[in-house]
Design a protein. Sequence first.
Length: 153
Amino acid sequence: MKKTVFDSHTAGSLGHACFAPMVAAYQAGVRGRAGMNPQQARISFFHTLSPGQKALFIFFTYYDHAIRSEQEFLAVTQNYLRDQLFEAVQKGVWYFGDDAMHALLLKIGQALAKGGQGEIPALYRQFRETAPGTLTVIGIRIKENPSAFICLE
C-alpha cells in the first residue's frame, strides 16, 4: 500500500483497507490450489500471514458478514462456532486490545452454546453499537505498527 493511501485513511477505515488485499490474495490462492479441499487451502493461506494479519483477516471475515443483518449475524456466528473458528475471532479481537468487543463475543458464544437464540436481537444490537469502536481500535493499532499488517511503499 502506498504511504499516501495509508495516511489518508481514518482509524475507522484503515482495517478494511488493509484487509482488502488479503481477500484478493486468499481468493487467488484458493483458486490456484485445484484438488485441495477448501479447508486445507484456508489453513495453508492462513499460515502465510503474520500474527497481526491473522487477527485482521479472521476478524474481518467474520465481521463483514455478521454486520449485514440479524439473520446473517446468527448464521455466520453459528457457522464459526460449528467450524471452531469463533474462538479465533475472539483471539483476533484480543490481539487488538478491544476489551468491549472481546467481552461481547464471549457473551455471544455463551448464549448460542446454551441455545439462547432469543437473545440474538439484543446481542446483534450490541454488536452493531460496539463495532465502530472496534474498527477504530484496529485502525489505531495498525497506524502504530503498520509493518505488522502491510507493506508500505
